[in-house]
Design a protein around this ligand. Sequence first.
Ligand SMILES: [Zn+2]
Length: 166
Amino acid sequence: MKIINIIKKLPWTKSNGKLDFKKLNTLVVHHEAVYAPKAYNTLNRIVADAKYQIAKGFGHYAYHYTIDNVGDIYLCVPENEVNYHAGNLAVNKNSLAVVLQGNMEIQSPTKAQEKALTDLCAYLFTKRPDMPKLVKSGLKMHKEVRKGGTACPGRFLAPLVIKLRK
Ligand SMILES: [Zn+2]
């Protein structure tokens, strides 16, 4: 598994504060909620999303990791930075966020995306002794940590999340 670091290529206005790796206990899975065509430019899509989130008053892009439709994994925000992604501040302060590009209410994740999320989970849950409380039982769907108002990460992605935390 390779993680492509694009932090420096994304717009950034301000920090939201720092995560404490010792308390970090949740990985929240999101979908982008925008239909993904078969071919597109991943970086352009992430930059556009980051600009939209900044326009809403967030300091920067809202997800640590982004997985595109060919299964490439991008590190978009430093792992120790708080992201405003869950709609729940207490969760934001103790979680990492991963988003899969596409709208998983109307399309399925690609096989490559499913493998990338599986690999990323295995890495974060078993190969990161600096994050001792981040284990597979802490894998959550966005809709589980937000009090209503979202179908995220979408009905076609939910089964994989449930499988990966068993
Ligand atoms: Zn979400």
